[in-house]
Design a protein around this ligand. Structure first.
Ligand SMILES: CC(C)(COP(=O)(O)OP(=O)(O)OC[C@H]1O[C@@H](n2cnc3c(N)ncnc32)[C@H](O)[C@@H]1OP(=O)(O)O)[C@@H](O)C(=O)NCCC(=O)NCCS
Length: 165
C-alpha cells in the first residue's frame, strides 16, 4: 500500500468519528453525524480513510465495496486545506484500495450538479456522467448526477483526464 503510506493516509478508526463529523459540517448541507461515522467503521463493506496533516484530519474519504463494484460514499477536505491536491490524493487512494484489496476496477458516485469543484475532480480522474436521480437531495431538491469510472487503472497510475468536454 505504498501510495497511502507515502501520503499519510490510514484507515478511519472509531475515535476519528467526531472529527469526521466536524469536517462534514464544514463541507456539506446534509452532514453525517459522528454516530454515522462510528457505524461505518464497523460496517464490513465500508472502507474509510483519513489523511493527517499537522495533527489534524485534513481530508477523508470512504467507499462501499460490494459485488465487484465500488461506490464512493464521501470525500471531503477541510476548507483550509483545499486546492492543494488532497482531494485528488484521497480519490486515488480509494481507487487504489479497491483494486489492491478486492480487485475492483469499476466505481460510481453521486454528485450535485452545482458542485463544480467535485465534478471537475471526478472528471479529471476518469469519471463520466451516466445518469441522474431526480430531486435526490432533500435540502434543496437538487438532482444527483451519477458518475462512473469503468476502468480505474489509468487513474490509479496517475493519468489525468481533461475536465472540459
Ligand atoms: C471537492 C473537494 C473534495 C476537492 O478537494 P481539493 O483538495 O480542494 O481538490 P484538489 O486540490 O485535489 O483538486 C483536484 C481537482 O479538482 C478540481 N477543483 C478543486 N477545487 C476546485 C474549485 N474550487 N473550482 C473548480 N475546480 C476545482 C480541479 O479540477 C482540480 O484539479 P487542478 O488542481 O489540476 O485544477 C473539496 O472541494 C471539498 O471538500 N468540497 C466539499 C465537500 C464536497 O463537496 N465533496 C464532494 C461531494 S460529491
Amino acid at each position: 500500500m505504498g501510495f497511502l503510506e507515502d501520503n499519510g493516509i490510514r484507515r478511519m478508526r472509531l475515535e476519528d468519528a467526531e472529527e469526521a463529523a466536524e469536517i462534514d459540517r464544514l463541507s456539506f448541507a446534509l452532514p453525517w453525524s459522528a454516530g454515522s461515522y462510528a457505524q461505518e467503521t464497523k460496517n464490513p463493506v465500508a472502507w474509510y480513510y483519513v489523511l493527517e496533516r499537522d495533527g489534524l484530519i485534513a481530508a477523508m474519504s470512504g467507499m462501499w465495496l460490494i459485488l465487484g463494484e465500488g461506490q464512493i460514499t464521501t470525500i471531503a477536505v477541510r476548507p483550509e486545506y483545499r486546492r492543494q491536491g488532497l482531494g485528488r490524493i484521497m480519490l486515488r487512494a480509494m481507487l487504489t484500495v479497491a483494486y489492491e484489496e478486492l480487485n475492483v476496477t469499476e466505481m460510481s458516485l453521486e454528485v450535485r450538479p452545482s458542485n463544480m469543484p467535485a465534478r471537475n475532480l471526478y472528471r479529471s480522474m476518469g469519471f463520466v456522467e451516466e445518469g441522474r436521480r431526480r430531486r435526490y437531495y432533500e435540502d434543496n431538491g437538487e438532482d444527483a448526477i451519477i458518475m462512473w469510472n469503468h476502468d480505474t487503472l489509468p487513474a490509479i497510475n496517475g493519468e489525468l483526464y481533461p475536465t472540459t468536454d
